[in-house]
Ligand binder design. Sequence first.
Ligand code: KG4
Ligand code: ZN
Length: 362
Amino acid sequence: MLVLGIETSCDETAAAVVEDGTKILSNVVATSSEMHAKTGGIIPEQAARQQIKSIIPVIEQSFSDAFNIKSPTTNYQLLTTKIDAIAVTIGPGLIGSLLVGVETAKTLSYLWKKPIIPVNHLAAHVYANWLEQKSKVKSQRSNVPQFPALALVVSGGHTDLVLMKGHGKLTWIGGTRDDAAGEAFDKTARLLGLPYPGGPAISKEADKFFGQLSINNHQVLKMFPRPMIDENNFDWSFSGLKTSVFRKVNGKRLKVKERQKFSAEIQEAIVDVLVKKTLKAVNKFKPKSLFLSGGVAANKRLKEKFENRIKTEILQVIFHVPPAKLCTDNAAYIASYANFNYKPVDWRKIKANPQLTIVGED
Ligand code: KG4
Ligand code: ZN
């Protein structure tokens, strides 16, 4: 089955064509993040306006990439007959941005007479673990995802831990009580004078800090607190980190080396609590697979720490992390989700829902 995925929940406008939920034929992402870098964060109205400009060119590009067409407009009508369904993010996200994708997808569903599947952006993030790159042959896939699974979704607005008994069978077991992990990266980066989005910026600075250390000189980084790390639950709290960084920076202009050290300390504080609480859940629920997903899953240190701890604690779980560019927002996992959770809905009944949670309530 060929699914066209459409994603416009925040500042990315994305469209992708995916075959059978796993094979990416095209994956186009236009982002307005450079515009938001100038203001240090997203301005919803500007993000929505940019969505309107990008949506049609991005969908056209996804068709021409998928079917190797040089001039998509001439063969457009013909190309639309090749896809079997349309999948679209309905929430959570910014209402102005969501509406652009939802209304476009509904119109295309009506015009092309294709089934349309509403997609929960958070639950869909996990499906980046089902996708394989175009260049990979099947036999090179090391680990096929297996249920029951535990999924950690760490994005800019959400941090959730869910058990998956199967496709669409999700139970929420924990999450953040305040800021999301990505938000903690973004806000503390701003305090350090680093650009938006903060996660990749902090990670780059932290790499420079680690680069200064000799391999045998791994310092224990403990400048910032790890709230709730030993509590008997699967929850997190990240808002205190922001306050703690604010106090330590204290309005100073940081020197280059200081900023690198702060970045490494912040990254370590976030990674430590994410790994500890998630592996505690692995020990309790004994899932076959552990999935990382969401923009923060692109963090190298997070992946490394999970891998190390799983190895040293000899945990019997298959660890999956998508390649970095599939972790951050794109439409390939939206299409993949729809393939494995194929529930078409009459286009008239589809509505954007900015408050949707990972288990589908608001
Ligand atoms: O999933 P995503 O692309 O968008 C949302 O659905 O929110 O996640 C974006 C978040 C941002 O907070 C960004 O700073 C963070 O993911 N992020 C990272 C990295 N790349 C993106 N955080 C840490 N390390 C990274 N390499
Ligand atoms: Zn996302």
